[in-house]
Design a protein around this ligand. Structure first.
Ligand SMILES: [Mn+2]
Length: 326
């Protein structure tokens, strides 16, 4: 990579490679964009660097690795460089936030004066088939202390699975809202990765933001399991169920050197009711107190919990998973 004119061929090569491997057309464009960002950085700041595309994986899982290597001045502030939209003229690392967002794995090695080595990977999304109907009902109720709301959430369903996430941006107002939204966007565009990888990517995506706490729960109704991971202060409890949830929650803030989450999978009885809520609801409640809510639709349960437990001093969100046909 030496000249501005090298960028377009790099982008086209990456797109062609992605198409050849069988990526969906949207993913091909994302890969082309990643190659374009990285090639632009190379020709602008470190002429002579290289961009390498390598097919990876085996028969059951395939993907593309994109590697950028240079012997340039290195990136002084990797955290800042990863912030989406970060750009100061003459700086390396422009666009790395987008590269993180658009790829599934991302490893950046750089020290001032000794060059930069970035390896990112994107996997072809499996298209699962045949599955039972979703036995679960999802409901949410949310209210900001101020506008915009610093809490955010997601419910993503696909064949045989659902991923739900509850996110609390640190503090209140606009910056909390932005941090939470950044995290949600990352999770939504990587919903089918292992939870550990989603947390790692969210940590990178939230560098430079206020930071968030987040809990993710994935349901697999073919296997009848729940997989869960959480960093920071999100309450996760059964409103109906026989045994307390055994999950380990780690303290920390994603975007500010959070530890890795402890991800665990347990059997899931679809007649259980799971509640996730942010610290805008008091955690002083018991399942028996809300027994009259058993059998109600999930969004009704969520609204009632918010009404009964919500504090006025914080953004407050309750996310509920209940049986679909109680
Ligand atoms: Mn809060």
């Amino acid at each position: 990579m030496r000249h501005r004119s090298d960028v377009a061929p790099a982008r086209n090569l990456a797109r062609t490679a992605a198409q050849g491997l069988g990526f969906a057309s949207e993913a091909c464009e994302e890969i082309a964009l990643v190659a374009s960002e990285l090639a632009t950085n190379l020709v602008k700041y470190t002429p002579g660097g290289s961009l390498t595309l390598t097919p990876i994986g085996g028969p059951e899982k395939r993907g593309l690795q994109i590697e950028s290597k240079d012997a340039g001045p290195g990136i002084a502030n990797i955290r800042q460089a990863l912030t989406d939209g970060f750009s100061t003229s003459g700086s390396l690392g422009v666009g790395l936030g987008s590269v993180n967002r658009l790829t599934d794995e991302f490893d950046l090695q750089s020290r001032p004066g000794s060059g930069t080595h970035l390896t990112c990977r994107k996997w072809i999304r499996a298209r699962p088939t045949a599955s039972k109907d979703c036995p679960l009902d999802f409901g949410v109720a949310s209210r900001g202390k101020t506008d915009p709301n610093g809490d955010d959430f997601l419910v993503k369903k696909w064949e045989g699975f659902a991923l739900i996430g509850l996110i609390d941006g640190c503090g209140h107002g606009q910056r909390a809202h932005q941090a939470a939204r950044t995290a949600r966007h990352y999770v939504e565009s990587h919903f089918d990765l292992p939870l550990e990888a989603i947390f790692a990517g969210t940590e990178r995506a939230c560098h430079g933001s206020r930071g968030v706490v987040m809990a993710l729960a994935r349901f697999d109704w073919e296997a009848a399991t729940l997989t869960f991971g959480s960093i920071g202060n999100i309450e996760a409890r059964l409103l109906k169920g026989d045994t307390p949830l055994p999950f380990i929650v780690r303290r920390g803030i994603l975007g500010a050197h959070a530890p890795r989450p402890v991800v665990a999978t347990i059997p899931w009885d679809p007649s259980n009711i799971l509640v996730l809520h942010t610290d805008g609801l008091t955690s002083h409640w018991s399942a028996t107190q809300f027994k009259p809510l058993w059998g109600k639709p999930a969004d009704e349960i969520a609204r009632e919990l918010l009404r009964a437990l919500g504090k006025t001093l914080d953004d407050a969100t309750a996310l509920v998973v209940a049986p679909k046909n109680p």
